[in-house]
Design a protein around this ligand. Sequence first.
Ligand SMILES: *[C@@H]1O[C@H](CO)[C@@H](O)[C@H](O)[C@H]1NC(C)=O
Ligand SMILES: *[C@@H]1O[C@H](CO)[C@@H](O)[C@H](O)[C@H]1NC(C)=O
Ligand SMILES: *[C@@H]1O[C@H](CO)[C@@H](O)[C@H](O)[C@H]1NC(C)=O
Ligand SMILES: *[C@@H]1O[C@H](CO)[C@@H](O)[C@H](O)[C@H]1NC(C)=O
Ligand SMILES: *[C@@H]1O[C@H](CO)[C@@H](O)[C@H](O)[C@H]1NC(C)=O
Ligand SMILES: *[C@@H]1O[C@H](CO)[C@@H](O)[C@H](O)[C@H]1NC(C)=O
Ligand SMILES: *[C@@H]1O[C@H](CO)[C@@H](O)[C@H](O)[C@H]1NC(C)=O
Ligand SMILES: *[C@@H]1O[C@H](CO)[C@@H](O)[C@H](O)[C@H]1NC(C)=O
Ligand SMILES: *[C@@H]1O[C@H](CO)[C@@H](O)[C@H](O)[C@H]1NC(C)=O
Ligand SMILES: *[C@@H]1O[C@H](CO)[C@@H](O)[C@H](O)[C@H]1NC(C)=O
Ligand SMILES: *[C@@H]1O[C@H](CO)[C@@H](O)[C@H](O)[C@H]1NC(C)=O
Length: 736
Amino acid sequence: MRLFVSSLALTAASITLAQSLNFHLTSGANDNHFYRDEVTSAQVLLTSANVPTNLRRFVAALPAGNSGALTHFLPLNSTSPLTVTLVNGSLISTVDEFNNAGIQADLAFTNSATLGVTIIGAVRAMRDYVEGDGTMHQIFNYTLASFNATTIRFHRQNINLTMTASGNEAYKTADLYLSIPESSTAQLSVRPAESVISPPTVSILIPEDATNSILRLRFVTNETSPLGLDPADVFQSPTTARNAQLRQVLQGLADGSKLAAQQVSFLTFENKFTAGGWRFLTYFGRDSLIALRLLMPLLTQDANENALGAVIERANSTGALCHEETIGDYASFVNLQNGRGDLGNTPFYDYKMIDTDLLLLPALSHYFLDLPAGKNRAPQFLSRHTVLQNGTYAGILNRIANYNFARAVPFFINPAVSNLLAFRAGEPVGNWRDSNQGTGYGPIPFDVNTALVPASLRATQALIDAGILKPLSPLVIDGRVVNATAGDVAAVWEEKSISFFEVNVDRLTAERRLATFVEATGLSEQILRQSPTVHDRASFYALSLMPNGSPVQVLHSDLGFNLLYGNNVQKTFLQHAIDALTPYPRGLLTNVGMVVANPAYDSNRTNTGLLDRTAYHGTVIWSFQQALMAAGLSRQLNFCTPNNPPTVDENPPPVTRPTWCSDVEFMRQLRDAQTRLWASIEGAIGEIHTEVWSWSFDNGTNAFAVADLASLSGGTESDAIQLWSYGFLGLLNPGS
Ligand SMILES: *[C@@H]1O[C@H](CO)[C@@H](O)[C@H](O)[C@H]1NC(C)=O
Ligand SMILES: *[C@@H]1O[C@H](CO)[C@@H](O)[C@H](O)[C@H]1NC(C)=O
Ligand SMILES: *[C@@H]1O[C@H](CO)[C@@H](O)[C@H](O)[C@H]1NC(C)=O
Ligand SMILES: *[C@@H]1O[C@H](CO)[C@@H](O)[C@H](O)[C@H]1NC(C)=O
Ligand SMILES: *[C@@H]1O[C@H](CO)[C@@H](O)[C@H](O)[C@H]1NC(C)=O
Ligand SMILES: *[C@@H]1O[C@H](CO)[C@@H](O)[C@H](O)[C@H]1NC(C)=O
Ligand SMILES: *[C@@H]1O[C@H](CO)[C@@H](O)[C@H](O)[C@H]1NC(C)=O
Ligand SMILES: *[C@@H]1O[C@H](CO)[C@@H](O)[C@H](O)[C@H]1NC(C)=O
Ligand SMILES: *[C@@H]1O[C@H](CO)[C@@H](O)[C@H](O)[C@H]1NC(C)=O
Ligand SMILES: *[C@@H]1O[C@H](CO)[C@@H](O)[C@H](O)[C@H]1NC(C)=O
Ligand SMILES: *[C@@H]1O[C@H](CO)[C@@H](O)[C@H](O)[C@H]1NC(C)=O
């Protein structure tokens, strides 16, 4: 771990320190540059030079206060195309007076430019602009602090004052500087706006035939930069690996020679794992926990326990788990909106999701009960005292277990739709498909009800049986003590919840809907002929249920949750997984990955457009969903043939061998589905550590190609690096 020298009282414009991370990635329409040293941690993006656009975007995003800056450059003369590129090796950290620290980069301009929309301060405010159709709030306005022909400084004073430890008032601020380095040929022309709320007019003037037209750009903030984990803090060393598979995947991780190790390192900190960059460089519970479930066997004890601890620290006093931690200036904004301006910039913890609550105990149980690294670690972990709240980890974990149990008991007593878990009152979202329309507007999601509730209960029971959790507190419902264990309640959920989601479409109707779908979405009829027609009927599980229990008839990839987290997965379920893992649009597989939703069979044709290839949770490919599916299938298959083929993760088989294991033909079909899944994954192997991608279809070759989601969606874009997508680091293609 590096020492953070934030107290450096330097006034120099920049200093050079040994950097621990400095790498570059092209993804979608952006060149992404990542940097970390003792001073700062930052991601910088520029629109790639080869993207045909007149709008060149610059983004800087820092985990420090989750703050940054976004600006645009447009050609001054619209007939002269503009490209802006980062000069190799110019990205460094920089410090300024008042504890300001951040990054600096030199940008090369091919032509004169004018400055477009600029947002300084909160990354979340930048996202509101990008994803919210240009949404801006005046409260985030910056001011023009100073300028001349070679420099300009924009200043953003955060909404709230904060108190320093000594009790003096200090401002938390963010500044964006543009300056022309000496011996560069560019010049600045600045016209301040008449009113303070309007942005100034800024031109970057590049003489014709200029050879060295550089603009230096700096973003600094005096928000505190969290302590980063180096690759060796995150990953176990291969020398201590207990088997060949683990040794193989650990090669190049702890020493950082694999780029993926540096990428994970960039997202991980001593006190939290962040979800992805540039858009999510802050704490997210779901992302941390799913990433952990997949990566745990590769991580050091400290990394595992700090990441689990970060989740426990942020539980609320009822036992719900935090989805997103809002810090910095945006926390002031959220607090104000909630009528709690008195809280200033106190972090805001959001508890709206219903899946996050259920992901912790399965991860914890996997670590303490299944993995060698976690065995015997529970006592010291449980006795830890929290930093962000009062109490020990043990106390908070018992609270979480009781909270989840209480929410599951009504369905145990009366297994009716009304007792399934639905999104919280007034919330349009609640699981990972959190784009409002992501579940087709159904508020009762498949993943939570069929996979996560029972998995969390099974984990609770296992942890109680191992003496790690305390027995659950007696629960009184309608004046009667509920006499049931977590295991009893889990069994009812496992058996009964899934049937509410079953969808059957007869053969003729299914074929007719497929044909209409193919036409509506610009696919070819030929593609339908590449896989066998529907036999008797199309059977699958709904994506979600409407409040009245009617299923949203969208085929989806959330079956991966049941495969990876579930106990007692039935043959019918696995048959549905086999059917889903067939070529799109009959199933989910394209030659560039597995789509997460497929509305082809839906009688409600509105969902064809709602969940198409331009939608964030539509017929698009999310890497972590592929990882869950691949890891889950391998887990289920290994229940039949333990350690054959050998895996990195350790999943002890159930006491009773599943009955379907002895059906040879069925096992062959499962293995074929696994082979198809991996072929699909390998078709876009270059994307697997990114967040999400879409596709284009060539009706000449009937093949799909990777397409950038941002260019199709007109707003929502993909992160170049996404924590849970690194789950693939622990997965091996069984066929290779
Ligand atoms: C814009 O560029 C074109 C081509 O270089 C040139 O002919 C034209 O005069 C320029 N316009 C202005 C306003 O500078
Ligand atoms: C900058 O580095 C990239 C690779 O990192 C290389 O492809 C490119 O040619 C370099 N550009 C210059 C101007 O050196
Ligand atoms: C101030 O906010 C308004 C409204 O969001 C926006 O139109 C304007 O460009 C902002 N000005 C500055 C200097 O940020
Ligand atoms: C512009 O301002 C910068 C920073 O204040 C200063 O260093 C520089 O000398 C100024 N340049 C001119 C031409 O005044
Ligand atoms: C942050 O910077 C501002 C000026 O930019 C300064 O007034 C303030 O004291 C600084 N805060 C801290 C904690 O150093
Ligand atoms: C934070 O700033 C807002 C807006 O100016 C103000 O209403 C609120 O009282 C401030 N809170 C604190 C704790 O200073
Ligand atoms: C904790 O979060 C849950 C879920 O949003 C909520 O129902 C509960 O009221 C919260 N507890 C407190 C004390 O705010
Ligand atoms: C911790 O407990 C003390 C004493 O009961 C209380 O004053 C304080 O508010 C608590 N802190 C938190 C974060 O709950
Ligand atoms: C059909 O789908 C649309 C979009 O998801 C939804 O708003 C509508 O309620 C659905 N209709 C029915 C009958 O479920
Ligand atoms: C609770 O259930 C257990 C096992 O099912 C049974 O032995 C016990 O008598 C029950 N206790 C009460 C109070 O009903
Ligand atoms: C392929 O798509 C193009 C453009 O949409 C269309 O004109 C053409 O008819 C299609 N060809 C086939 C074989 O479907």
